[in-house]
Design a binder for this molecule. Structure first.
Ligand SMILES: Nc1ncnc2c1ncn2[C@@H]1O[C@H](COP(=O)(O)OP(=O)(O)OP(=O)(O)O)[C@@H](O)[C@H]1O
Length: 247
């Protein structure tokens, strides 16, 4: 009953008015007792549906911690964190799972299964969603791989693809089920300048076509221009970049 109510809450989400991500006074701590260390301090941030936000800032400033909290990959401890209207603090495992199905994840180490083909890697993401089980998942996987420029590589094993191609497969895999949110952590870190640029432009294009919200963590100044907005993290605190055109 509760789950049903929650499902209908998600299905009828007033997307235009409600932020995709709403963070309010979020604190996060690692360790216990004397070793307890605060990593995030009073973070507040709202991201609208369809918005592309880049988070940047020095190493160790808390970017990955915040991203994994938003992805429901670690538990929110203090403050409020709403993803697609669902409060993540105190959420049940079921609620977290439901939210995770609406999120695509792209990490630096693309995490492809190297013994599967590009198409099989993308298909796996669809198999997690009941609504695709009766559909032609191979055709859907092929379509998105073509959209990221890999139409002629669908049957290549991931281990035989270049770094840039693997990252494009990871993008196809993250976006194939039309997630409402994509969280990307340093998606260009392992790529040369041209491949990095291609990959983020691909993400930007697919996200805009599909109305998907993107939060992307990067140190890569060359890709800041794809963002609608840039936020800056330092020492666990967040600030809107005062001058995003000249990082
Ligand atoms: N599992 C953990 N246990 C203890 N401390 C942690 C843990 N994960 C992160 N930290 C600490 O929290 C702080 C923020 O780390 P985080 O990885 O979020 O930073 P970051 O901005 O993503 O850094 P980078 O750009 O290097 O990835 C750092 O001081 C880090 O040492």
């Amino acid at each position: 009953m509760v789950l049903e109510a929650y499902k209908s809450n998600l299905d009828h989400l007033p997307e235009k008015n409600q932020p995709a991500i709403a963070v309010h006074q979020l604190n996060h701590y690692f360790g216990h007792g004397e070793l307890r260390k605060q990593a995030l301090f009073e973070i507040s941030l709202e991201i609208s549906p369809g918005e592309i936000v880049i988070m940047t800032g020095p190493s160790g400033s808390g970017k990955t911690t915040l991203l994994t909290l938003m992805g429901g990959l670690r538990s929110a401890q203090d403050g409020s964190l709403k993803i697609l209207g669902q409060e993540m603090r105190g959420a049940s495992k079921k609620q977290l799972m439901k939210i995770r199905r609406n999120i695509g994840y792209i990490f630096q180490a693309h995490n492809l299964l190297t013994f599967l083909t590009a198409k099989q890697n993308v298909r796996m993401a669809l198999e997690l969603h009941e609504e695709y089980l009766n559909k032609d998942m191979d055709a859907i996987a092929t379509e998105i791989l073509t959209a990221v420029g890999l139409g002629d590589r669908t049957d290549y094993y991931a281990e035989n693809l270049s770094g840039g191609q693997k990252q494009r497969v990871a993008i196809a895999r993250a976006l194939v089920s039309n997630p409402k949110i994509v969280l990307a952590d340093e998606p260009t870190a392992a790529l040369d300048k041209k491949s990095g640029r291609d990959v983020v432009e691909m993400m930007q294009k697919l996200a805009k076509e599909r109305g998907c919200t993107i939060l992307l963590v990067t140190h890569d100044n060359r890709i800041l221009d794809i963002a609608d907005r840039i936020v800056y993290m330092e020492d666990g605190r967040l600030a809107e970049d005062p001058n995003p055109a000249n990082p």
